[in-house]
Design a protein around this ligand. Structure first.
Ligand SMILES: C[S@@+](CC[C@H](N)C(=O)[O-])C[C@H]1O[C@@H](n2cnc3c(N)ncnc32)[C@H](O)[C@@H]1O
Length: 364
């Protein structure tokens, strides 16, 4: 019988390590292209939105041949075919062939997220992020990291994102529409994942509530509640009208309108810790003494590697904060705990929901 020696084991280990290294090298040869041409994915999806592909196919009953699509768009089929082939490869539209060989495109769950009338459409968010205003800060990100410049957004656009949008009506609308997209996706998840969140609450104020989509959705799902949508005057002046929702313009660093609870979604991540403490203190002053709490809807970054399917989006969002804000960031549980403690909140609960964000209930 042959004996396995210690030397044999070392050789086997060495060969195994070499095999893994070779596999990683081969994988790197493939993966590096993701970064070489990474921007292409966003650009092609923006192109699909600009062309209105999802809406055209929807209007045609959910599927369409390449020739019909080209004729509706009044273009030649050749470039369009290449765009559709790419999108099909990403499962944005499905390509099939009839028995006569005609190319047909139909909707998929991903292409339906580009449909303007769908509740979960994200088209406006993609259009916002793909504007030159939002893309140009990324090109100066290394200067921001090396602290050669302040905010990358300011360096590219001359002022911070909120001052810029106060003077640029079209950009402000793009932001509000993009935020409304996310609100339509996340608010149902908040209601589903935190059934008792508003029990006993008669009124809330949505701080930095954008166009009021969130407030309207909350009031419609809990008709006994009254909502205040609070944001800059130029934002609330174009707010959505809904019975039970009052729009109030102001600056959250000065004061926040009074209500039982303050709700604040995707606002604190735009700011550094010192500003967050100021905002949270204003929220604390606004809420009722007996049933008051602040409901924060924000990402909670996992401290360790996680299998959570939204974690990649959270880490991307943290990079967006680095590019688009001065001191904003996504926070870990430990960072939230430290922040809430400094702002004078005695305890808090975190409710994970099926979304990029979690719901944090903070009690004074
Ligand atoms: C990222 S958006 C979030 C919008 C909304 N909460 C949502 O999640 O759909 C941040 C909001 O904060 C508002 N905001 C920024 N600074 C503010 C301030 N000083 N006072 C009031 N609102 C402010 C912006 O106008 C914007 O609507």
């Amino acid at each position: 019988m042959e004996q396995t020696t210690v030397t044999d084991l070392h050789v086997a280990d060495g060969e195994h390590e070499k095999e893994i290294e070779d596999q990683e090298e081969a994988q790197a040869d493939i993966e590096i292209w993701k970064y070489v041409f990474g921007f292409t994915e966003m650009a092609i999806v923006k192109c699909a939105i600009d062309l209105g592909l999802a809406n055209i196919i929807h209007t045609n009953g959910g599927s369409m041949s390449l020739i019909e699509l080209a004729s509706t768009l009044k273009c030649s089929p050749s470039s369009l075919y290449r765009v559709m082939r790419f999108l099909n490869h990403r499962r944005i539209f499905r390509q099939s062939r009839t028995s006569q060989g005609t190319l047909i495109y139909s909707q998929t769950p991903l292409s339906r997220r580009l449909l303007s009338h769908e509740e979960n459409n994200m088209a406006a968010f993609i259009l916002l992020e793909s504007t030159p205003v939002m893309l140009s800060p990324w090109l100066g990100l290394s200067n921001r990291v090396l602290e050669k410049s302040g905010s990358a957004f300011d360096a590219a656009n001359g002022e911070d994102v909120w001052s810029y949008s106060s003077k640029n009506v079209a950009h402000s609308k793009l932001i509000n529409d993009a935020m409304a997209c996310d609100a339509r996706v996340v608010v149902p998840q908040i209601i589903k994942g935190c059934a008792n969140l508003f029990d006993g609450v008669c009124s809330f104020v949505d701080v930095g509530g954008g166009d009021g989509t969130t407030s309207s959705m909350l009031v419609r799902s809990i008709p006994s509640i009254q909502g205040i949508n609070f944001d800059f005057p130029h934002v609330v002046s174009n707010g959505v009208l809904c019975e039970g929702v009052q729009h109030v313009g102001g600056n959250m660093f000065d004061s926040v309108p009074k209500a039982d609870v303050a709700f604040i979604m995707w606002v604190l991540h735009d700011w550094g810790d010192d500003e967050c403490i100021q905002i949270l203190k204003k929220c604390k002053e606004a809420i009722s003494k007996d049933k008051g709490k602040v409901i924060i809807v924000e990402a909670v970054i996992e401290a360790e590697d996680t299998k959570d399917e939204f974690e990649n989006a959270r880490l991307l969002l943290d990079m967006v904060m680095l590019a688009h804000t001065t001191n904003g960031k996504e926070r870990t549980l430990k960072e939230w705990s430290c922040l809430l403690n400094k702002a004078g909140f005695g305890h808090f609960n975190v409710h994970p929901i099926q979304a990029v964000q979690s719901v944090i209930e903070a009690f004074p």
